[in-house]
Design a protein around this ligand. Structure first.
Ligand code: ADP
Ligand code: GN1
Ligand code: MG
Length: 362
């Protein structure tokens, strides 16, 4: 975590006071966007919302209130535990969904989902099957959510062609003077851009249905029961917006089916596991098969390549812009991440036909 992002204890205390609490909190979790803290001695999570990424915290929190209330009703109706299977916002003493400090930092609090763990680099076929079921079930529950009620928290979040344009702009501006250090990654990214508009076009011409999707289905954005290993709760709901299910499917396997961490620099270790793909797809389709169109089913393997590519060019763009978006923990972190993602893109391209056959068996 960058130095300025670690809150001083006195400031944390001041924020906790807004929740009627006299407790400390310590850094928690591995997100790239928000700053997350675990409250000491209480099952609570405090989070500083990254307001340069999420510029409308009112709209954002309204979305999360609506989505989690909707999910709670559905979970209760199917006999689940609504307090554990979706997030619960904790309000301030004044009944507000977040607190803005004098320095304009925005904090919110959630109940900690207790007795859970997340998958980081310890991926197993069994875990991926359960993650697939978890994300698939999440989407199924949101199938009839009134989409017109949602704010678009990050406009064009998965508009891959616009991401390509942003990369081109970053190359042209070369603000941090790094373009020469990333020449081969830039060449790869631009060469691959030819298929970047496939899903956006499908959504525009109606070939791919627009659904209420999560849009950030990174494998550590789902919590698993510590004892049974079952998927319990999908978290990080900041980007729940209209989108394609292909975004969720592809993004989950971007990290879920990689044999290494997202920032592994030894690229020999970075491979795309077809077994992991099959496990996740099996779980996902057990939940969602009936809902999906032929086009969606056909594009499942492609979606993994697309989302991995998109994430790679986002890391590369951020590297060129001087690391202003994703948290970094070392020099060249974003470039390492981009290289890692591009290695996966090349691997997925080679294996696309095999993955297609796998989908057919399901
Ligand atoms: P970011 O947008 O930065 O990724 P997340 O909301 O995903 O933020 O939170 C970061 C990490 O904190 C998660 O990956 C998870 O490990 C942990 N976490 C967040 N909220 C909760 C919660 N309510 N219960 C348990 N763990 C949580
Ligand atoms: C961010 O917030 P987190 O760490 O779960 C990012 C995702 C990227 C991911 C790459 C809002 O996810 O889009 O795929 O990093 N979230 C946002 O690891 O930009
Ligand atoms: Mg997260």
């Amino acid at each position: 975590m960058k130095g300025e992002e670690i809150m001083e204890t006195t400031k944390i205390r001041q924020i906790m006071e807004q929740y009627g609490l006299d407790l400390d909190a310590e850094a928690f979790g591995n997100g790239h966007i928000n700053d997350t803290y675990r409250v000491c001695g209480q099952p609570l999570v405090l989070q500083r919302i990254n307001t340069s990424v999420f510029q409308n915290p009112d709209g954002l929190m309204e979305n999360i209130e609506k989505v989690t209330s909707f999910l709670r009703r559905k979970i209760a109706a199917e006999g689940g535990d609504p307090e554990r299977e979706t997030l619960r916002i904790v309000h301030t003493k004044d009944g507000k969904p977040y607190y803005r400090t004098d320095e304009n930092h925005v904090f919110r609090m959630y109940k900690l989902v207790e007795g859970t763990m997340s998958i980081e680099d310890d991926k197993t076929p069994e875990g991926l099957y359960k993650a697939g079921k978890g994300f698939g079930h999440f989407l199924k529950l949101l199938n009839d959510f009134p989409v017109e009620e949602l704010h678009e928290t990050i406009p064009d979040f998965h508009h891959t062609p616009k991401r390509v344009e942003a990369l081109k702009q970053a190359i042209a501006e070369d603000r941090a003077g790094r373009a020469k250090l990333a020449a081969s990654e830039i060449a790869f990214a631009l060469e691959q851009a030819k298929w970047a508009d496939r899903v956006v076009k499908g959504l525009e011409d109606g070939n791919i249905p627009s659904r209420v999707t999560h849009n950030d289905t990174k494998i550590n954005n789902i919590l698993f029961d510590e004892v049974t290993g079952e998927a319990v709760c999908v978290i990080d709901l900041d980007t729940v917006m209209p989108g394609s299910m292909l975004y969720d499917f592809g993004d989950a396997l971007r990290m879920g089916a990689s044999t290494a961490a997202e920032d592994e620099t030894d690229l020999d270790q970075v491979c795309f596991s077809t077994e992991a793909f099959l496990s996740f797809a099996r779980g996902y389709l057990e939940e969602m098969r009936e809902e999906l169109t032929e086009t969606e089913l056909e594009l499942l393997p492609f979606s993994v390549k697309l989302l991995t590519y998109e994430c790679g060019i986002r890391f590369l763009t951020d590297y060129l812009n001087g690391d202003t978006y994703f948290k970094i923990h070392r020099e060249n972190h974003n470039l390492d991440r981009a290289r890692n993602q591009f290695k996966l893109v090349a691997e997925i391209s080679r294996k696309e036909a095999v993955l297609q056959e796998m989908v057919k068996t399901l």
